[in-house]
Write a protein that binds this ligand. Structure first.
Ligand SMILES: *Cc1c(COP(=O)(O)O)cnc(C)c1O
Length: 240
């Protein structure tokens, strides 16, 4: 029988082996459990098994889940990360409800998040999403534009720039996947060399977390390997 607790244990064992293989300490890599499409009970089960950081892709779904989970667990027991695209009309919700946003790729969105972060909350933790494989239609900033964006975001008063996030295309084998992740690591090291105090390089998912750890990830975002297969997302009806 597979359970969320059992799956979590297996993912942690994969992480330990990957860290060991890369001569890294297992404390260097944080596990973010991606709970998109799963309900609040799945989050509670994972939390009962010791998991405290969760990622959501869709703002509306995430905000509803945060409220439902908070009915039975203190809000502070869980760190909620927004890892999906953020449109301008959703920044207020995100700024009020999430602890982290990993998918910032435009200054305008960062400015709105900073302005809209409620004063009673600590600064919002932010990662810039970097597009390492250059797909023109993909979210994320090209590495060449990162220094300017990082400088501008780091200056915003209600944000705390923590690092980078990337979602490269799946590659055919471990080495080519690792080479893509290494581009993100190089961009991260470059920003640190420019004086930014960063501690988070978020990359690697259920299929490729080993390659990401080998390339220097400090956070992996794992959905299916923790919660099981996702039901296909229903086709969205046009916004009313
Ligand atoms: C869904 C998702 C994940 C998790 O993917 P799995 O393949 O289920 O592990 C990680 N990051 C982002 C941005 C995602 O959308």
């Amino acid at each position: 029988m597979t359970t969320i607790a059992g799956n979590l244990q297996q993912v942690k064992e994969r992480l330990w082996r990957a860290c060991d293989g890369a001569s890294r300490g297992s404390a260097e890599v944080t596990l973010l459990a991606v709970s998109k499409t799963f309900g609040p009970d799945a989050v509670r089960q994972a939390h009962a098994a010791g998991q405290t950081a969760f990622g959501e892709n869709y703002v509306q779904e995430g905000v509803e889940k945060i409220a439902l989970v908070a009915e039975s667990l203190p809000r502070a027991a869980i760190e909620w990360h927004c890892i999906g695209p953020v449109q301008s009309n959703k920044t207020r919700l995100v700024a009020a409800q999430f602890d982290w946003v990993q998918s910032v790729d435009r200054l305008k969105i960062a400015q709105r998040l900073s302005e809209q972060r409620p004063p009673e909350l600590p600064p919002l933790n932010v990662c810039l999403q970097v597009n390492v494989d250059g797909g023109p239609n993909k979210a994320g900033v090209p590495p060449a534009e990162l220094p300017a964006l990082a400088e501008a975001v780091a200056a915003l008063p209600r944000l705390r720039l923590r690092g980078l996030m990337c979602i490269p295309e799946p590659a055919p084998d471990f080495e080519s996947q690792r080479a893509l992740f290494a581009l993100a690591r190089a961009a991260y090291d470059d920003l640190r060399a420019r004086g930014h105090t960063l501690d988070t390089l978020s990359m690697g998912m259920s299929e490729d977390l080993e390659a990401a750890v080998a390339a220097g990830a400090t956070m992996v975002r794992v959905g299916r390997a923790v919660f099981g297969a996702r039901a296909p997302k229903p086709v969205a009806s046009p916004a009313a």
